[in-house]
Design a protein around this ligand. Structure first.
Ligand code: FES
Length: 280
C-alpha cells in the first residue's frame, strides 16, 4: 500500500495521509469531470484506509442509494443533505445526514473496480462518477466521513491526528429562567445523536402531548426541537427538510433527532416555539 501523500486533483488538494488513494498524476486544473477517468490510469485498487480515522466508514448500498446530495458554496465537498426514508442508505441505518462522501467503488467481480476518490470533489464530478458506472453494476461501496467539512480537511492535512478526545461534552439546560432551572453535563461519544443522548439520560425533548405522539426519531413529527445555544458549528448542518420544518424559528433551533454533535455543545430544551410550528 502506498503511504505517500497523493493529491487527487490540483483543484481539490484534499488528501488523507498514508492512504492509497487513486492518484491522478494527470491533473487537469480545468477539467474536474475528467478525473473519474483519471482513476483508470493508476494501478491502485486500494481504497481509503478506514483505520486512519474512526469517523471514516465504508458501506455497501444500491447504486441508487436514496441520498439527496448537498455541497458547500463552491459546489464541492459533497455530503448527505437528506435521506429518502425508504431508500437503501436510510434503510442501512449506517448513513446519516451530514456525512461527507469520500469514495465510490462499483461492486463487481473484476479486478478493475478501482475506487474513485471523491474527497472534496465538485458536485458534477461526483454525479459523473455515479452516472458512468457500468450498466450491470447493482451495488456500490461508498466511504463516508462522519463529521464536518472542517473536520475532514483536518484529517486530510494531518491535523486530525491532534484530536485529543473521542468524546464530547453536552451541557443541557432545562427550564431555563425558571426556579426549576437545571444544568446537567453529559459526556458522550463524538458524533452522537443529540436526541438519543438526551433521552438516554431521561431528559425529555418533547413538549406537552408530543411526548407520547412523537415519531421516535424518524424526522417525521418535527417536535423534538432543542436550541443549540453554543457550539452549533460542532454539529452537522441542517438538511433542507429540517430547515423547512424549523423555518419560523431561530437558526440555532434544531430537530434533536437529526442533530449530531462532533464537539462540545450547549443545548436548551423546550425553547419557545412559534405557534405556527404546531399547526402544520
Ligand atoms: S422525533 Fe420526530 S422529528 Fe425528531
Amino acid at each position: 500500500m502506498c503511504s505517500s501523500i497523493i493529491i487527487a486533483n490540483a483543484n481539490r488538494p484534499w488528501i488523507l495521509p498514508a492512504i492509497a488513494l487513486q492518484a491522478s498524476t494527470n491533473d487537469n486544473d480545468n477539467d474536474d469531470t475528467s478525473s473519474a477517468d483519471d482513476n483508470e490510469e493508476d494501478g491502485s485498487n486500494d481504497g481509503i484506509d478506514l483505520s486512519l480515522d474512526e469517523r471514516l466508514y465504508r458501506v455497501r448500498l444500491s447504486r441508487f442509494p436514496g441520498i439527496e446530495w448537498g455541497t458547500d458554496l463552491s459546489f464541492a465537498f459533497v455530503y448527505v443533505r437528506a435521506l429518502d426514508p425508504s431508500g437503501a442508505a436510510s434503510m442501512s441505518g449506517q448513513v446519516a445526514v451530514g456525512d461527507q462522501l469520500c469514495e465510490l467503488r462499483a461492486v463487481i467481480d473484476s479486478d478493475s473496480n478501482k475506487p474513485v476518490n471523491l474527497l472534496g470533489a465538485p458536485f458534477d464530478y461526483v454525479m459523473t462518477a455515479f452516472a458512468t458506472l457500468e450498466k450491470g453494476v447493482q451495488d456500490v461501496e461508498l466511504v463516508f466521513f462522519r463529521g464536518s467539512q472542517e473536520d475532514l480537511k483536518a484529517v486530510c492535512t494531518g491535523e486530525g491526528a491532534k484530536k485529543e478526545s473521542d468524546t464530547v461534552t453536552i451541557t443541557v439546560i432545562q427550564n431555563k429562567g425558571s426556579p426549576e432551572e437545571n444544568i446537567q453535563t453529559i459526556t458522550a461519544p463524538a458524533g452522537c445523536n443529540v436526541r438519543e443522548v438526551l433521552t438516554d439520560n431521561k431528559i425529555n425533548v418533547y413538549q406537552s402531548i408530543t411526548r407520547w405522539t412523537n415519531c421516535k426519531g424518524k424526522q417525521l413529527c418535527g417536535t423534538c426541537i432543542v436550541d443549540i445555544t453554543e457550539g452549533s458549528g460542532q454539529t452537522n448542518r441542517k438538511s433542507m427538510d429540517e430547515a423547512s420544518t424549523l423555518r419560523e424559528n431561530p437558526d440555532s433551533y434544531r430537530l434533536s433527532c437529526v442533530t449530531f454533535a462532533y464537539g462540545d455543545i450547549t443545548v436548551e430544551t423546550f425553547p419557545p416555539i412559534e405557534a405556527a410550528q404546531w399547526t402544520r
